[in-house]
Design a protein around this ligand. Structure first.
Ligand code: NAP
Length: 520
């Protein structure tokens, strides 16, 4: 039997009482470790985090908590190789793909350590200036932001076991709010190992950081009024979370990051042969193949002017054809596996569903697997689909196939393109490609109300932009509508979710005691 990995809960390592669920290598099919959360006393563990962890964190100021994040960065950096090994085995990803998750996590945590330092020795934040409430300036209203007196429960998706933990934990812990993370079962090992390394290093106070690996049963029931829950995953599970009594009746604050049918849009000026056209081709091929397309931000729909459709189809297909797929341990491989057989089946079913309204421009089935047995390995080549009539096809606009799959669609003019992009009903990100700066700016604003992020690629930033799908801690992550309506990151904005805003109405003299001390 493989190792049954522990949960860290109520300030101690505890194994579940059941035999557990096996985590497997999606390329070799071997069993790796088991996870189990049955038998945990959830009420006691949530209370321990809420009371002990919360009180200890709130006793510290932002600068002290930021120093803890910086210490955690050092621990994670020191153990980086082990994380890569786990990702290769459990997620089936090549080094570059694992980096998005692992190094992305460490970078994000480091970024919040630096941001936290700027908040100084305070225990709360002021929100704006004091406002006079009447004629007399003596009585005023000052908004303050104070850490919520509850826990932050994270229910995470399988595709980012490292980044999904730290992009949420960094702003929560910096805010003074204890964290309980429940990673997706399939890839829980990496999350557990990172938490273990940080816990073993004794950086955070008892109760500040807990991890539960295994079933989600009972977690939502354990939430109370001042707790918050941040969910990342499919739209179906998101609906369950949103309608849970904790949210619907006890008004627990919730953030949802769900799936999204993201777009790339080639502007009319960017004809084949231009730099902007080439930049789109490169970015689409990269987005489709990194982590085998298992990124919530990956490009799913590519919109190009009608006259550029054939050239774009050819150029993207040519790039995809060069992608070597297979065992991530083989140096020649650029794209590893999907996370498990269920995902492989889901991608195959999704492709069949889309193909009823689309034709195949590049067929992933033509990719021979390198160093992997097709009967066992959950690998699949990248597939580019095409739809000639973008108006009549509906499936492409509302189906997220969570794999290396995207669809090329033609548009007539800019108004048509914008209408088609909006049929995604709200997405995490859209990227624009062109050289006409004014058009790029106007189009970005047109799409801003239906996207959490608009990534604009003009030739001057061709070599330095951060990537359509890469989530940077400085920028907002989340999207309206079907993307879940959530907001994460965006620098210090992320702290808002973990704080409560309150208006203190008092005399100017009382309010002056809330002001930060003047620098000498
Ligand atoms: P999922 O099946 O919805 O699972 C997400 C998490 O919810 C897992 O931890 C899962 O636990 C848990 N869960 C399942 N049923 C639950 C319930 N009834 N109550 C509470 N928790 C429950 O999603 P996934 O397959 O892991 O992730 C893929 C999806 O996530 C894709 O659609 C992708 O677009 C989306 N995603 C979005 C973002 C974003 O930031 N917007 C980022 C990454 C992924 P178990 O694993 O134990 O079932």
């Amino acid at each position: 039997m493989t190792e049954l990995i522990s949960n860290f809960f109520s300030g101690q390592w505890q194994t579940g009482s059941g035999t557990g669920t096996s985590l497997t290598d999606p390329v070799l099919g071997t069993e790796l470790v088991r996870v189990d959360a049955s038998g945990l006393d959830l009420a006691a563990g949530f209370a321990f985090a809420r009371e002990q962890g919360g009180a200890a964190l709130r006793a510290l100021n932002y600068r002290e908590r930021a120093a803890m994040l910086a210490a955690a960065v050092k621990v994670l950096q020191a153990n980086r190789d082990a994380y890569y090994d786990i990702a290769t085995a459990n997620s089936g990803t090549v080094k570059n793909e694992s980096a998005v998750d692992i190094d992305g996590a460490i970078f994000t945590l480091g970024n919040y350590a630096k941001l936290g330092e700027t908040l100084g020795d305070r225990h709360f934040m002021l929100d704006g200036e004091a406002a006079r409430l009447g004629k007399d300036p003596l009585f005023q209203s000052q908004h303050v932001m104070v850490p919520t007196r509850g826990v932050a429960l994270f229910i995470n998706a399988f595709n980012f076991p490292a980044w999904g933990l730290w992009e949420k934990a960094a702003p929560a812990l910096l805010s003074g709010v204890p964290v309980i993370v429940k990673p997706a079962t399939t890839t829980a090992w990496l999350t557990q190992r990172m938490v273990k390394d940080v816990v073993d290093a004794g950086i955070f106070p008892p109760g500040a950081l807990s991890v539960i690996c295994g079933s989600s049963a009972g977690l939502m029931d354990a939430l109370q009024a001042f707790d918050v829950v941040s969910f990342t995953g499919s739209a179906e599970t998101a609906a369950v979370i949103r309608s849970h009594p904790a949210v619907a009746q006890r008004f627990v604050r919730v953030n949802i990051e769900a799936d999204s049918v993201n777009s790339a849009l080639l502007l009319p000026d960017a004809a084949p042969g231009t730099e902007a056209f080439d930049l789109l081709v490169k970015e689409v091929a990269r987005e489709m193949t990194v982590k085998s397309g298992q990124k919530c931000t990956a490009i799913r729909r590519i919109f190009v002017p009608e006259t550029s459709f054939d050239a774009a189809a050819q150029a993207i297909s040519a790039r995809l054809a060069k992608t070597t797929v297979g065992n991530p341990r083989n140096e020649a491989v650029r794209m590893g596996a999907l996370v498990n057989r269920a995902q492989l089946n889901s991608v195959r079913a999704g492709l069949d569903y889309l193909k009823q309204q689309a034709h195949t421009l590049h067929d992933g089935a033509t990719h021979k697997l390198v160093d992997a047995d097709p009967a066992i390995a959950c690998c699949v080549g990248p597939t580019l689909l095409g739809v000639r009539d973008a108006d009549s096809a509906d499936r492409v606009h509302d189906t997220e196939v969570f794999g290396p799959v995207a669809t090329l669609l033609p548009y007539r003019d800019t108004a048509h393109a914008l209408a088609l992009v909006r049929r995604g009903q709200g997405s995490l990100v859209a990227s624009l490609y062109g050289s006409d700066l004014a058009s790029l700016g106007v189009t970005a604003l047109e799409l801003a109300n239906s996207h959490g992020r608009v990534h604009v690629i003009s030739p001057d930033v061709g070599q330095l932009h951060t990537g359509h799908g890469n989530v940077m801690p400085q920028s907002l992550h989340g999207g309206p509508g079907r993307a879940g309506g959530g907001e994460e990151l965006g620098g210090l904005r992320a702290l808002g979710f973990y704080h409560r805003r309150s208006a203190v109405q008092a005399s100017t003299a009382v309010l002056s005691t809330l002001q930060p001390p003047q620098a000498a």
